[in-house]
Design a protein around this ligand. Structure first.
Ligand SMILES: Cc1cc2nc3c(=O)[nH]c(=O)nc-3n(C[C@H](O)[C@H](O)[C@H](O)COP(=O)(O)OP(=O)(O)OC[C@H]3O[C@@H](n4cnc5c(N)ncnc54)[C@H](O)[C@@H]3O)c2cc1C
Length: 412
């Protein structure tokens, strides 16, 4: 007999779509409702600042599933539908049009949204943000039409948009308060590699620079820095980070702390309510802290784990944090998590843009990044998971196989 249960998923993007899929592959035969406010069916965002932005990949390559997948798997996909509230006590969600939908279990996979810039001029035409497919379409057209692009922010999105805009032939400036791009995550040594990369590709870098306004007469014409100078550009792209979309959870009284607080089983503080992906601040037993990841692999994997736990399987989320980025011809993968470290060890390859970087604390490897090196991930993961003190000289020596520094049997 089919289950009478209804599992509702709010947020129809990567985490939500993978959760819906997993409910079915795990044999759940009750009702599955996947609700998202975007008009597109679930799609993946990484290409929005890379191949798709440059027009190198079509929209068809972005979707998580084929068009027929949801109907074929009896998943009720409600696109263009905003969920207005959650009543965790009554076990129901209310849609924007007032419709109520009871749930047996609920997954919140509401993701994150770009932080807005609270500066004069931030509402001028010509100021753009990037999160959605339509915004990537509009940005591509705007880059092509612009005489000069100013990117505010030297994090992942800002750096990738700057690279793609250069590849599209635009003149590009980056303005950011940090002294090297990506310094918060990578530190000055590896961040410096990105600074040099952008400089070599002709990006006009204004680092250690604060902005006080976006200027323009009726439309953006540049940004004014705190020293009073103006960096000109008729397209201003703001990439200053994202905030978790935890408003439904907040209003429902769930515990929040930089996102929706969940344990390692992705359970929130309310019974039968789970959270996954960019919105979830997840307890990580290995790092002994809560971590909210804003990355593709986390959304993909947590969606699956959340579904299993909605089915009562008690599966802890134990994946090692992972993300990747591609800028120009420089690609990297990062495994692990280093919020603070006391040493960075570089294992050089055959060129300056081919290396593995390790972030260490008290002699232990917290995270490793392989840059333009593609066959070392397992060794890096094993070092991070192993948690043993390593010999930094041997770690730096490319003639010593990573597998000699660790016990690969611990690899998960
Ligand atoms: C331009 C760009 C490039 C990226 N590149 C990389 C990369 O190279 N590598 C990497 O690892 N990661 C990358 N990421 C990050 C990655 O895309 C995200 O981590 C991932 O999309 C998170 O998925 P999610 O399902 O948790 O949330 P999201 O993708 O944010 O989706 C949440 C969905 O929920 C919907 N929603 C929210 N509230 C409601 C509501 N009340 N009612 C209905 N629907 C609602 C939203 O509209 C949205 O569609 C990139 C992100 C962007 C924007």
């Amino acid at each position: 007999m089919a289950s009478e249960q209804t599992f509702v998923i709010v947020g129809a993007s990567l985490a939500g779509a993978k959760a819906a899929e997993t409910l079915r592959t795990e044999g759940f035969d009750g009702r599955v409702v996947l609700i998202g406010e975007e008009t597109e069916r679930p799609y993946e965002r990484p290409m929005l600042s890379k191949e798709y932005l440059r027009g190198d990949k079509p929209a068809a390559k972005l979707y998580v599933h084929d068009e027929g997948f949801y109907a074929d798997n009896d998943i009720e996909l409600l696109t263009g539908t905003h969920v207005a509230s959650v009543d965790a006590g009554a076990h129901e969600v209310t849609l924007e049009d007032g419709r109520r939908m009871p749930y047996s279990r609920l997954l919140l996979s509401t993701g994150a949204a770009p932080r807005r810039l609270p500066l004069p001029g931030a509402d001028l035409p010509g100021v753009r943000y990037l999160r959605q497919m339509g915004e990537s379409d509009a940005l591509r057209a705007a880059i092509t039409a612009a005489s000069r692009v100013v990117v505010i922010g030297a994090g992942w999105i800002g750096s990738e948009v700057a690279a793609s805009a250069r590849q599209l032939g635009a003149e590009v400036a980056i303005v950011a308060p940090e002294d090297v791009p990506l310094v918060r995550v990578l530190g000055p040594e590896v961040g410096g590699v990105y600074r040099d990369l952008h400089a070599e590709h002709g990006v006009d870098l204004h680092l250690s620079t604060q902005i006080e306004a976006i200027v323009g007469n009726g439309a953006a014409q540049g940004v004014r820095t705190t020293d009073g100078s103006v960096i000109e550009g008729d397209l201003v792209v703001v990439g200053v980070g994202v905030s978790p979309r935890d408003e439904l959870a907040r209003d429902a009284g769930l515990t929040l702390e930089n996102g929706i607080v969940v344990d390692e089983f992705l359970r929130t503080s309310a019974p039968d309510v789970f959270a996954a992906g960019d919105v979830a601040a997840t307890w990580n037993p290995m790092y002994n802290r809560r971590i909210r990841m804003e990355h593709w692999a986390n959304a993909l994997n947590q969606g699956q784990t959340a579904a299993r736990n909605m089915l009562g399987q008690d599966t802890a989320y134990t994946k090692l944090p992972y993300f990747y980025s591609d800028q120009y011809d420089f690609g990297m993968e990062y495994n692990g998590y280093a919020a603070d470290w006391d040493r960075v060890v570089l294992r050089s390859g055959t060129s300056v843009r081919e290396f593995i970087a390790f972030w260490l604390k008290d002699g232990r490897v917290l995270a490793g990044m392989n840059a333009n090196v593609w066959d070392q991930s397992d060794g890096i993961k094993a070092l991070v998971r192993g948690g043993a003190v390593v010999d930094a000289d041997r770690l730096a020596d490319p003639s010593v196989p990573l597998t000699d520094l660790t016990d690969l049997t611990n690899l998960a």
